[in-house]
Design a protein around this ligand. Structure first.
Ligand code: 6PG
Length: 239
C-alpha cells in the first residue's frame, strides 16, 4: 500500500489535523469493536497534538471511556521526570480528559531494572490482548530520529532483531536524551491496524523522503524503514 503523506508548514494545522485523524479512527474503532487502542509516541513532536486532545472539540468528542492508552517506548526515568514520555502526555492532556485510570497503560520504566520492566509491560499487554501471537493495536503513533530510529529501535541495536518478544529493553543509554529505554518491538509495531508517523524538522523530513523514495534500499540504515502496515501514513511538519 502506498503511504499517505501530508506535509504542513503550520504547527497548529499539523496538530489539529492529526488530532482530527485520531478522533476519526477512535470513533470508527469504538463503533465497530467498542474500544480503541492507541499507542502514543514520545519525544517533542506530538506534544502540541496531545494538547489539542484537552481542547474543544476533542475533549468532548473523543470516546474517552472506550479508549485504552499505551506507549510505544519510554525512557528509564521516574514517571514524573521531564524526559519521561508518560509525563509529557500526562501534562499535555491525560489529567484533563475523562480517561479511566485503568485505561492508561504506562510503561513502568522506573519501577525496576529495564529487563524486568520490559517483561512486566509485555505481561500486561498479553493480559489485555489475551495472549494473541502479537497484539493488534488500532493505531500506533511513531516519531523518527535523524538517525532513522523509531520508538526506541535504534540503528544496529539488538532490539531491532527481536522477533518473538513484544517488549524489550535497550540497556545502554541511547538516543537524545540518552537513557536506557523500553520499547515495543518491530513485530508488534508492524501488526498494528494503522501506523501514523509524526515527523518534524527538515533533517527528519529528509530521512522520511529517503524512506518514501525507496524503503527497501534504506531499511538497513533506518529502523523506521522497516515499519510496514496496510495503513501507513506520514504527517510531516517542516518547521
Ligand atoms: C523517544 C521517542 C522517539 C521520538 C523520536 C522523535 O522516546 O525518544 O519515542 O522515537 O519519537 O526521537 O522525537 P522528536 O519528536 O522529539 O523529534
Amino acid at each position: 500500500m502506498i503511504p499517505l503523506v501530508q506535509r504542513y508548514s503550520d504547527d497548529h494545522k499539523f496538530a489539529q489535523e492529526t488530532a482530527a485523524f485520531i478522533l476519526k479512527r477512535a470513533k470508527r474503532a469504538v463503533k465497530e469493536r467498542g474500544e480503541f487502542t492507541l499507542v502514543l509516541s514520545g519525544g517533542k513532536t506530538p506534544k502540541l497534538i496531545y494538547e489539542y486532545f484537552a481542547k474543544s472539540p476533542f475533549k468532548k468528542e473523543m470516546p474517552w471511556e472506550n479508549i485504552h492508552m499505551f506507549w510505544g517506548d519510554e525512557r528509564c526515568v521516574p514517571y514524573d521526570h521531564a524526559d519521561s514520555n508518560y509525563a509529557m502526555a500526562r501534562d499535555a492532556f491525560l489529567l484533563n480528559v475523562p480517561l479511566c485510570l485503568g485505561n492508561i497503560h504506562r510503561i513502568p520504566a522506573d519501577e525496576g531494572p529495564p529487563h524486568k520492566m520490559a517483561v512486566q509491560y509485555e505481561e500486561a499487554l498479553r493480559g489485555f490482548f489475551k495472549d494473541a501471537k502479537f497484539p493488534m493495536f488500532d493505531l500506533i503513533l511513531l516519531g523518527i530520529g535523524e538517525d532513522g530510529h523509531t520508538a526506541s529501535l535504534f540503528p544496529g541495536d539488538n532490539a531491532l532483531k527481536e522477533d518473538k518478544r513484544w517488549v524489550v529493553e535497550v540497556k545502554k543509554p541511547i538516543g537524545e536524551p540518552a537513557y536506557p529505554r523500553i520499547t515495543l518491538t518491530l513485530p508488534v509495531i508492524n501488526n498494528a491496524s494503522c501506523i501514523l508517523f509524526l515527523v518534524s524538522g527538515k533533517k527528519k523530513m529528509k530521512v522520511m523522503d529517503e524512506i518514501l523514495d525507496n524503503q527497501d534500499a534504506v531499511k538497513e540504515k533506518y529502523p523506521a524503514a522497516r515499519v510496514r502496515s496496510e495503513q501507513l501514513l506520514w504527517y510531516a511538519l517542516e518547521k
